[in-house]
Design a binder for this molecule. Structure first.
Ligand SMILES: C[S@@+](CC[C@H](N)C(=O)[O-])C[C@H]1O[C@@H](n2cnc3c(N)ncnc32)[C@H](O)[C@@H]1O
Length: 308
């Protein structure tokens, strides 16, 4: 049984004390005490670059402050997770990962090598993943499809995030290997905002796409999947590309059943890992970045408070 943990909240008493300290100066300068105290944090803890961007008006005080707080929180979570008994057994000293009682295997390395060595043919029920989608990385979708074609069971699914700007290229890449993956549907993830802007295409981005491919003729399960998910913004403290969890929950629950295997070859902060484990699925995750693996550990500690 897995229960969902509670996020750690900053101490409001400390905030009240800091604000009291700064209110005379704030009164004098016409700024609010909160802004003055944020400025103090930036001066004390910000990098030289950050300070100069704030001084030159290139970064707003709120933004710089939030960035500093996020780094602090990420560091704290990673440190805390080191001592977490429930998830400790997942990691050895170098974050090269082992199997644990949750049926979860995490690997450090390039997914092309790791999958070849560690994942047998026709053994995975669902790949739910989020590859990098800058222009230079798009060929990675061809390698992803090649691997998916080998490791997925018949009727298994590949569900991948895409960026709309690259949709035709991504489709070409996924189809380039002459594989047995069939395009099935696109799922729309309605975003919560604030919304990013794609400057080159002049679009305010209010939704994201998930492309769904099926190996063979039909998905293995008969259930209907709604093609619209309302997502909540991830705080991105653990990973700058961290996704919301609603879409992983939504897809994993419908396209797999308990004890089936979910794979994410681009783990990041492990949003897919947490969702799979929460729903009692077996999970395999891979990432090239050792820092991402530390984030996964922190994410598990935060969101899977107890696991038997
Ligand atoms: C967009 S992020 C994934 C974010 C994740 N969905 C989350 O919610 O946190 C992509 C991840 O893929 C990893 N990555 C990039 N190329 C890789 C490769 N060839 N093999 C394995 N991981 C890779 C990066 O280190 C990064 O952590």
């Amino acid at each position: 049984m897995v229960t969902v943990g509670r996020a750690i909240r900053p101490s409001s008493q400390a905030t009240v004390r800091t604000l009291a300290l700064w209110s005379p100066l704030a009164k004098d300068s016409g700024a609010s005490a909160r802004q003055v105290s944020k400025m103090e944090t930036i001066l004390e803890k910000g990098s030289e670059g950050e300070k100069s961007r704030v001084r030159n008006g290139k970064t707003r005080i709120d933004k710089a402050y939030k960035r500093i707080k996020n780094v602090e929180r990420r560091t704290m979570l990673i440190e805390e997770a080191k001592y977490n008994l429930e998830t400790k057994s997942l990691f050895d000293a170098n974050n090269v990962i082992l199997e644990n009682k949750l049926g979860c295997k995490l690997f450090h390395g390039d997914f092309r090598d790791v999958a070849q060595q560690k994942i047998p043919d026709n053994s995975v029920d669902l790949i739910f993943t989020d590859p990098p989608y800058d222009k230079e990385s798009l060929s990675i979708y061809a390698d992803l499809a090649k691997m998916a074609n080998r490791v997925l069971k018949d009727g298994g699914s590949l569900v991948t995030y895409i960026s709309q700007y690259a949709l035709p290229d991504i489709l070409d890449q996924i189809r380039s290997n002459g594989n047995d993956l069939h395009y099935w549907w696109e799922v729309c993830i309605a975003l919560e905002g604030p919304f990013a802007r794609h400057w080159q295409r002049q679009v305010v981005v209010k939704w994201k796409g998930l492309l769904w491919f099926v190996k063979g003729n039909r998905p293995q399960l008969p259930d209907y999947l709604s093609d619209l998910v309302f997502s909540q913004r991830a705080d991105k403290i653990l990973h700058s590309w961290q996704q919301g969890s609603a879409e992983a929950d939504h897809v994993i629950k419908i396209l797999t059943v308990e004890n089936q295997t979910v794979l994410d070859p681009f783990l990041g902060a492990g949003t897919t890992a947490v969702s799979a484990i929460k729903h009692q699925r077996r999970f395999i995750g891979i990432d090239t970045d050792p820092k991402a693996l530390s984030s996964v550990r922190a994410n598990m500690k935060l969101n899977l408070a107890s696991a038997e």
